[in-house]
Design a protein around this ligand. Structure first.
Ligand SMILES: Cc1cc2nc3c(=O)[nH]c(=O)nc-3n(C[C@H](O)[C@H](O)[C@H](O)COP(=O)(O)O)c2cc1C
Length: 242
């Protein structure tokens, strides 16, 4: 069984690389053969009628895979262009029912970690990939995320043992509709970042105050007042941001 991990960052020694490597280490420890692919090593161009496909050497690796890990850095709240060009042009062959999961790393302010996940999972939906839960990562949850990457790598191997193709569009929509984070918006995202900061920010003197803003935002959301919640979610995030 082969698990392929894709590093979408042009920086081969960056955070995306660390996360994808850890996920592959998990897959390897569960008995899979693993391969890491750095997109920057290939001549990947935007889709055009003249160049509709990624380099064949890369397509071949992807077609041989029994499971996929796609790791992308977040640029302006979305995956970076290199990863998107890869997704637009890669030829996976028949990928129906193969498992995969996506990792996004918003290494600056953290914003976009959740929003960017959608770009990878919409691709998974279109390719009928049986996606596991996504792994959205920022500087603030990086260490626990490494552990989670390893766990998801192991889980991917379990899933890849028995390929379960989707039988209908209805089944596929139902499946993707239940995937975590795909229905989150900017407000949910800033609250998630506030949550991460409550755990990991060195500015502990503001923790109590930030927590009260966080709770207030949650309460407003539960009452259906999401617009009002923005004020408090942002305060919690900004107080603890470092
Ligand atoms: C053009 C550009 C836009 C970026 N936009 C964001 C952003 O919206 N949110 C964020 O948290 N970080 C942003 N960053 C920072 C990257 O997410 C961060 O450097 C990340 O570590 C890149 O992954 P790498 O270490 O694998 O290269 C941006 C970086 C670049 C170059």
């Amino acid at each position: 069984m082969l698990i392929v991990g894709v590093v979408g960052s042009p920086r081969k020694n960056g955070l995306t690389n660390r996360l994808v490597r850890e996920a592959l280490a998990g897959a390897e420890s569960a008995g899979a053969e693993v391969k890491i692919v750095y997109l920057i090593d290939y001549d990947i161009r935007p889709w055009t009628p003249e160049h509709p496909k990624a380099p064949e050497e890369l397509n071949e690796i992807m077609r041989k895979a029994d499971g996929y890990i796609i790791g992308a850095p977040v640029y302006y709240l979305d995956i970076n262009g290199l990863t998107k060009d890869f997704l637009d042009t890669v030829d996976l062959g028949d990928s129906n029912g193969k498992p995969g999961f996506g990792i996004t790393i918003a290494g600056g302010t953290g914003k976009g970690l959740v929003l960017a996940i959608k770009s990878i999972y919409y691709f998974f939906f279109c390719k009928s990939i049986r996606a596991l839960e996504p792994l959205p990562v920022s500087r603030f949850n990086f260490e626990p995320a490494l552990k989670k990457a390893n766990e998801l790598g192991r889980k991917l191997v379990e899933e890849a043992k028995e390929r379960r193709p989707f039988k209908s569009l209805e089944e596929r929509i139902r499946y993707f509709n239940n995937i975590k984070y795909l229905d989150r918006d900017m407000v949910d995202e800033i609250l998630l970042l506030a949550e991460q900061l409550i755990q990991s920010s060195p500015k502990q003197e503001y923790r109590e105050e930030a927590m009260s803003y966080y709770r207030k935002a949650k309460e407003l959301i539960s009452r259906g007042e999401k617009n009002k919640a923005i004020t408090y979610a942002v305060k919690a995030y900004e107080l603890l941001y470092y």
